[in-house]
Design a protein around this ligand. Structure first.
Ligand SMILES: Nc1ncnc2c1ncn2[C@@H]1O[C@H](COP(=O)(O)OP(=O)(O)OP(=O)(O)O)[C@@H](O)[C@H]1O
Length: 363
């Protein structure tokens, strides 16, 4: 019999909660993932007090699911919802985050500053795959290497890549049951759904859950004192972009585009959207500008030439960088060590971009 969510929930219905009901009927099972024979899920206790009594239930849940045909490994993590006393230490030394990641957004008046954070810079693109996440991670590490206090918020909830690109392996913890501690990599504080949900699992959430998560990542993460928080936006002009601009006081946006016409058309839409929500576009970044042959040194403009500069001129914003297409960029990203941390001309491009932003007072 195939291993399905229904079969797993049916055995979890046999595990009683300490107060009343069972794990299924009380709707406390979250983020249930089936990855071949590996099953993982989160048990979210209604409050830290109940969570402190639920280690036997967590173990019983693991045992019950392990007994199902086809299951090789089970990971059940206990978390608590709401305030009160802190929950007990989890397995892997992890405190229970009470955040219901993927929850509904809290009502909030207008855009608010994130306490302790001087500047919030969104990195956007109209089209997917143009290198917005690559630029975000490299810019973040280059700014940190230049001595700035930097955070990186991965607002690409459905396609999170920052945990991977920054080489973050741990899961975020919560010391007080109310706020999440950001993870730290290469001197940058990082928060990404990719660090919470298994990286090979699709996040299938509706709009309100995405917006709730973005708000939580902005206001319920202990960012501490930061000079700059870089926000890696999803591509396009959707709900997340709108929510962020309505809820978070943003310093401005950097728009990434390749020189290709279609990417530029989409970049134009992103620029237009920022105009409508009154977020200044601080500059454009051309990625995959040209390819320099590592053997003969010939420079080829694979995706066209000059388009991003023309767009920048049209909107009266600076063209901040022209970053080359380079195998090193992709390989460094895949290793979790952004290329900006390495010697050489490609890394230097990102370091120069960071220095320029600092000089302009936006980095
Ligand atoms: N300058 C570059 N040279 C070579 N490869 C690059 C460059 N920039 C990005 N890439 C690679 O292109 C792929 C897409 O990049 P990235 O994820 O940064 O794009 P994105 O715009 O954030 O995409 P998405 O919209 O899917 O979030 C990645 O594999 C990345 O390593």
């Amino acid at each position: 019999m195939a291993l399905t969510r229904e079969r797993i929930m049916s055995v979890l219905a046999e595990v009683a909660m300490p107060d009343k009901g069972d794990l299924a009927s009380r709707d406390v099972v979250r983020a249930l993932n089936i990855d071949g024979g590996h099953v993982s899920f989160v048990i979210e206790a209604p409050d830290p007090d109940i969570a402190s009594q639920m280690e036997p239930q967590r173990r019983a849940a693991e045992a019950a699911v392990s007994a199902l045909d086809g299951v090789e490994r089970v990971t059940a993590i206990l978390t608590a919802h709401g305030g009160g006393k802190p929950a007990p230490k989890q397995q892997q030394q992890q405190e229970a985050p009470s955040l219901r990641v993927g929850g509904h957004p809290k009502p909030q008046a207008g855009p608010q500053a994130i306490p302790g954070v001087d500047r919030v810079i969104a990195v956007a693109s109209g089209k997917g795959g143009v290198g917005k996440s690559t630029v975000s991670s490299n810019l973040a590490v280059a700014l940190a290497a230049a001595g700035r206090k930097v955070g990186l918020l991965d607002a690409d909830i459905l396609g999170p890549s920052q945990a991977h690109m920054m080489g973050v392996k741990d899961k975020p913890a919560s010391a007080d049951g109310k706020t999440l501690e950001p993870l730290e990599a290469h001197g940058v504080k990082v928060m990404s759904v990719g660090a919470i949900v298994d990286q090979d699992q699709a996040v299938v959430w509706r709009g309100p859950m995405l917006m709730g998560t973005v708000q939580q990542f902005a206001f319920q993460v202990n960012w501490g004192d930061l000079d700059v928080l870089i926000v890696d936006l999803p591509p396009g002009t959707g709900d997340v972009q709108l929510t962020l601009s309505q809820k978070v006081e943003m310093t401005g946006a950097l728009v990434v585009s390749t020189p290709q016409d279609v990417a530029l058309l989409d970049a134009h839409k992103a620029i237009d959207m920022f105009g409508k929500v009154s977020v200044p576009v601080l500059g454009l970044i051309e990625n995959m500008s040209s390819y320099i042959c590592p053997n003969c040194g010939h420079e080829a403009h694979l995706f066209g030439e000059g388009g991003v500069a023309r767009e920048a001129e049209k909107i009266g914003a600076p063209l901040l960088a022209q970053l080359p297409l380079s195998l090193d960029v992709r390989m460094a990203g895949d290793k979790g060590i952004p290329v900006a941390l390495t010697e050489g001309a490609v890394g230097e491009g990102y370091r120069a971009l960071a220095a320029d932003l600092v000089a302009r007072g936006i980095g």
